[in-house]
Design a binder for this molecule. Structure first.
Ligand SMILES: [Ca+2]
Ligand SMILES: [Ca+2]
Ligand SMILES: [Ca+2]
Ligand SMILES: [Ca+2]
Length: 746
């Protein structure tokens, strides 16, 4: 080891990465599901939708305004298209009239132009994903203008601070939006965290697919902005009048807001005062700690009034808004129940704030503000019928990381399969967000796994089992950029590719790459491990160099996981696919503090996963039952008659026992043969249990299916499935998964 290991992760990666464009140039022509033309600067953090597209999506987008719009629409394309059709249906012959009205309205007079950039990014993404739809900027303005050309009849909002809160809470704000269910996508609630990289400020919008305007918003200063109906249809929209939803968005993310919240209301009022308004409204501008107010606009008078908290009303520590007038010294009609709540006095908490507003609205957002970018955000939306779960986020969970649950696939080992690694969102109807070629030689697919090989989570590939392909291991960032110094031949001049896994076997910085030779008839079950030598190369891990099955040949399958709960990973092996080899799983301890360092077999972990089957066994490790200790999950080896029988194994107390209920056929017996590929290292839906990703075995009659299962402690159920590659790609699918950052680095 020539250099000390890097102790702390740098904020940014060194500049040894190749531009994405170069990688994309090596792509092979494909006929279906083309990867995005531009970086998708976004991840879906959570999503639950029914067959009609009702439910919720939580996503984070970042970059320039154009890039954020592109990412938002790329990830939600089918729902934006659906909404567009629903509005066309809803408006009928009036659609063109509304289009013209939205064209005539003003979206950002004298303000930094960002809405247009975002909308143009969306147009670009939709043109890529749904070229036949020809959705343009004005179609998106019809969607975004819904809150103006229609209007919410009975919203409520309240905010309190001072006497009503207790350290560390400094302000509580809640907004309830009321609409009917005029079209199905109104029941698709989208919580989008927008993070401009050089202009503007981070903000959160609660609305629907394709929205860049403000319906219910929150900025990094803790200001919650929202709209209430107030004479919204009275008068004639002035030519060039500013949409109230665009105004709400502007005052939320105004890039010129000062660092002191005490000025924000004045700054925004200065910008809006005397501008014409397309729609009448109360715009709640609930800046924390009493610095906010309610701005009023109408079609006749433009933005004409701003009210602020009044000392005579709850000591100036409360703002509340209904859809009726007040100057702030008395309770507006319809808000009496909120006044009753404050009449009780005492300290208010998020739960009571939230509960007060009931469940009658279309959506609701409560915010517990403690400091800038230090907030708890609760959100709920109405379905038709029912409600979404209450979504609970800390500000930093929405913005803190750019990773999302991703399924990684490699093509199966057909001669005609290129080495295209693909990244899909881990969600029903997975979206292809990235693709790159792992190797220049275009055959036999690629083996894949995930792990932190350098300072961030990586995709690690092993060459497919071509009889001329060396045991070439490569490491990539999730955007497809290779980590150039982590590229090596694990077994010198061997051929038939290489199997890969990753795990922290030495209880020290990062995960080691565990390798096993590919299925060459002459290769022994030779397990090795490699790690990042402080940015200078991949170095063998001292003492990990053993034959897992004596004189067996046909290589060896590898996995790693903390199956004994001591805090670091063990190596788990599965016999290679020799026609005479049983499905023998073994466990191995790396004695990293030994002298010499060595690997010892774990006495209790040595079993046949499928009785007297032959052709070896596929292995993976992960905490599938959520007890904090990893289990072993197996798939049968590639015997022509073996179905995709997935089994789980507990190694508690040095004994291996089958996990109750974790024994299932990923496909009906006979539908997919040649065993199954398995990966169970990643918890994709944040329920504390690793999910089980199954890829089809190398069946020459099989395409490239992937199925993802959830195990709830009792049984495994299918969560979603998809075909990873175009028609004609056969021999199944190599699979991995993780919380990864697709495409773009910040
Ligand atoms: Ca390590
Ligand atoms: Ca362990
Ligand atoms: Ca476990
Ligand atoms: Ca899970």
């Amino acid at each position: 080891m020539s250099q000390p290991r890097v102790a702390g992760a740098p904020d940014r990666k060194p500049s040894h990465r190749l531009p994405v464009a170069i990688i994309l140039c090596t792509l092979f022509a494909i006929s279906l599901a083309a990867p995005p033309a531009a970086a998708v600067n976004g991840v879906i953090l959570d999503q639950q939708l029914d067959a009609e597209g009702k439910g919720y999506t939580v996503l984070h987008v970042w970059g320039s305004h154009q890039e954020m719009g592109y990412a938002h629409a790329y990830l939600l394309a089918e729902h934006i298209v659906a909404q567009h059709h629903q509005l066309v249906d809803l408006l009928g012959s009036g659609y063109d009239t509304v289009r013209q009205a939205m064209d005539a309205a003003s979206w950002s007079p004298g303000m930094p132009v960002f809405l247009e950039d975002e909308l143009n990014g969306m147009v670009e993404a939709l043109a890529e994903r749904y070229p036949d739809e020809e959705i343009d900027n004005l179609d998106l303005k019809v969607i975004n203008g819904y809150g103006d050309w229609s209007y919410p009849p009975a919203c409520r909002s309240h905010s309190c601070w001072g006497q009503f809160v207790e350290d560390p809470v400094r302000t509580l704000s809640t907004r309830r939006l009321d609409f009917g269910n005029p079209f199905p996508q109104i029941n698709h609630h989208v919580l989008c965290a927008w993070e401009p990289n050089y202009t503007g400020m981070a903000w959160v919008g609660l609305a629907w697919p394709g929205y860049v305007v403000g319906i219910t918003t929150l900025n990094s200063f803790g200001t919650q902005a929202s709209l209430h109906d107030y004479n919204s249809t009275a008068g004639v929209p002035p030519a060039d009048g500013l949409l109230r939803t665009a105004a709400a968005r502007y005052i939320t993310s105004n890039p010129y807001l000062s660092s002191s919240i005490s000025n924000h209301l004045d700054q925004c009022w200065d910008a809006l005062e005397e501008i014409d308004a397309w729609t009448g409204s109360f715009i709640n501008y609930f800046v924390p700690e009493g610095y906010g107010g309610v701005i009023t606009c109408s079609r006749d008078q433009g933005f004409y009034d701003v009210r602020t908290p009044q000392f005579s009303y709850f000591g100036g520590d409360v703002l509340l808004t209904a859809n009726a007038w007040t100057d702030g010294t008395y309770t507006p009609a319809g808000a009496e129940f909120m006044a009753d709540y404050y009449d009780l006095g005492g300290i208010k908490d998020l739960e009571s704030h939230w509960s007060l507003m009931g469940t009658g609205g279309l959506h609701k957002m409560s915010v517990e503000y403690r400091d800038r970018e230090d907030m708890t955000i609760w959100v709920q939306g109405r379905l038709d019928p029912g409600l979404t779960p209450r979504l609970e986020y800390e500000w930093n969970e929405l913005f803190g990381s750019n990773d999302g649950p991703i399924i990684v696939t490699g093509p199966g080992p057909a001669y005609d399969n290129p080495t295209s690694v693909r990244l899909y969102t881990a969600s029903p109807d997975p979206i292809l967000v990235d693709q790159f070629a792992a190797y220049y030689a275009p055959h036999y697919g690629a083996n894949v796994t995930t792990g932190q090989a350098d300072v961030f989570e990586n995709i690690i590939t092993g060459a497919g089992p071509g009889d001329i392909y060396g045991p070439h291991v490569r490491v990539f960032d999730p955007n497809g950029a290779p980590v150039t110094y982590l590229s090596f031949m694990a077994y010198g001049t061997h051929k038939w590719g290489v199997n890969v896994a990753a795990g922290d076997i030495d209880n020290e910085w990062g995960e080691e790459i565990i390798t096993g030779p590919g299925p060459g008839a002459v290769f022994g079950p030779h397990v090795r491990a490699f790690h990042d030598g402080g940015g200078t190369g991949a170095f063998p891990v001292e003492g990990v160099n053993f034959m897992a099955y004596g004189t067996h040949k046909w290589g060896v399958n590898v996995a790693a996981g903390d199956i004994d709960g001591d805090g670091w990973a063990e190596i788990v092996t599965g016999a290679g696919p020799g026609a005479v080899f049983g499905p023998h799983v073994r466990g191995w301890n790396y004695i990293f503090n030994g002298n010499p360092k060595r690997v010892d077999p774990i006495p209790g972990v040595s079993f046949m996963a499928y009785g007297t089957n032959k052709f070896g066994v596929e292995v993976t490790c992960g905490d599938v039952d959520g007890d904090g200790i990893d289990e072993i999950v197996t798939g049968p080896g590639p015997g022509a008659i073996f179905s995709a029988h997935v089994r789980g194994w507990n190694c508690d107390g040095g004994q291996v026992t089958p996990i109750p209920g974790l024994s299932f056929f990923a496909w009906p017996p006979g539908e997919a043969r040649y065993g199954a590929e398995v990966f169970a290292k990643a918890d994709l839906n944040d329920d504390g249990r690793a999910d089980i990703v199954v890829g089809g075995g190398p069946d020459p009659n099989l395409g490239s299916p992937v199925r993802v299962f959830e195990y709830d402690g009792q049984q495994a159920t299918l969560w979603f499935s998809f075909e990873a590659y175009p028609e004609g790609w056969t021999h199944g699918t190599k699979v991995a998964a993780g919380r990864l950052l697709p495409m773009s680095l910040r």
